[in-house]
Design a protein. Structure first.
Length: 238
C-alpha cells in the first residue's frame, strides 16, 4: 500500500502544472477580446452606413474640422478607432427596428435630396406625423441631452422628409443608456421647426465655403480614439 501511495505521489509531481481557470482567463482575455472586436468590426464594415463617405445629417453641429475633411473627400488615416460603443448602438437600433411592425411605422428611411446631406431616419410615424431618432448613450451624458447637434439632426430629418412629401409636425429624440435600464430612458419632443433645420444647414454651408481647415475642436485623447482623420491631417487640441 505504501508503495502504491508513493508511486501515486511521484506521478502527480511529474505532471505539468495546469493553470487554474482564473489564471487562464487572465492570460487569454487579451487574445479572446481581440478576436471578439475583430469579428464585430468586420461585420460592421459591411454596413452601408459604415461605408458611407459623404457627410451625413448626424455630423451637422459636430466638429467642423472633421466635417471639412469629409466634405473634401480626404482619406481617413486613423486605423486605431475605438468602435465598440457605436457597434453596440447599431445593435440596439437593430433590435428596436425589428420590434416595430411594418405598415403603421416607416423604419430606417434613407432620404436623399439634391445638394443636401443624406438622412437616415430611424422612425417616421405617419398617423402622428412624427419623426423619432434613437440615441444610445451612457448615464453620465444624460445631463447634456439633448445637445444642439442632436436637435439639429432630428430637425433636418423633418426638413428632408417634408421635401419628399411626408408631413412632419413633431420631432423626438430618445436617449437609451447602454449602462442602465428602462428607468433611465429620456425622451425629448419638440415641434418641427424649419428655421432650426435651416440653421443647421447654414452651419454646413459655412464649412463648405472654407478654403482652409477649421481649427480642431476636440482634445487629442478624444480624437485619437474616435476621429478617422486624426494624425497628419489633424492633431486635435493639445
Amino acid at each position: 500500500m505504501c508503495n502504491q501511495i508513493s508511486d501515486r505521489i511521484q506521478l502527480i509531481q511529474a505532471r505539468p502544472l495546469v493553470p487554474t481557470v482564473k489564471e487562464r482567463t487572465v492570460e487569454d482575455i487579451g487574445e479572446i477580446g481581440n478576436i471578439l472586436i475583430k469579428q464585430l468590426v468586420a461585420q460592421d464594415d459591411k454596413r452601408p452606413r459604415t461605408q458611407q463617405t459623404t457627410l451625413g445629417v448626424s455630423s451637422l453641429g459636430g466638429c467642423r474640422r472633421q466635417a471639412w475633411h469629409t466634405i473634401r473627400g480626404d482619406v481617413a488615416e486613423n486605423n486605431n478607432l475605438l468602435r465598440l460603443a457605436s457597434i453596440m448602438g447599431t445593435a440596439i437600433h437593430k433590435a428596436i427596428e425589428d420590434a416595430f411592425p411594418f405598415g403603421e411605422y416607416e423604419k430606417e428611411i434613407r432620404v436623399e435630396v439634391d445638394n443636401l446631406p443624406i438622412g437616415n431616419v430611424d422612425l417616421y410615424i405617419p398617423h402622428l406625423k412624427a419623426v423619432v431618432d434613437w440615441k444610445t448613450t451612457v448615464v453620465r451624458n444624460l445631463v447634456k441631452f439633448p445637445t444642439t447637434q442632436q436637435r439639429w439632426q432630428v430637425q433636418v430629418y423633418g426638413y428632408l422628409l417634408e421635401r419628399v412629401g411626408k408631413r412632419v409636425e413633431t420631432v423626438t429624440l430618445v436617449a437609451i443608456p447602454r449602462d442602465s435600464d428602462e428607468r433611465s430612458i429620456k425622451v425629448h419632443t419638440e415641434p418641427y421647426d424649419e428655421s432650426v433645420a435651416l440653421e443647421a444647414l447654414a452651419w454646413l454651408d459655412d464649412v463648405k465655403q472654407r478654403t482652409e481647415p477649421p481649427a480642431p475642436e476636440r482634445p487629442v485623447n478624444f480624437c485619437k480614439h474616435y476621429c478617422k482623420f486624426y494624425g497628419i491631417q489633424c492633431g486635435g487640441i493639445e
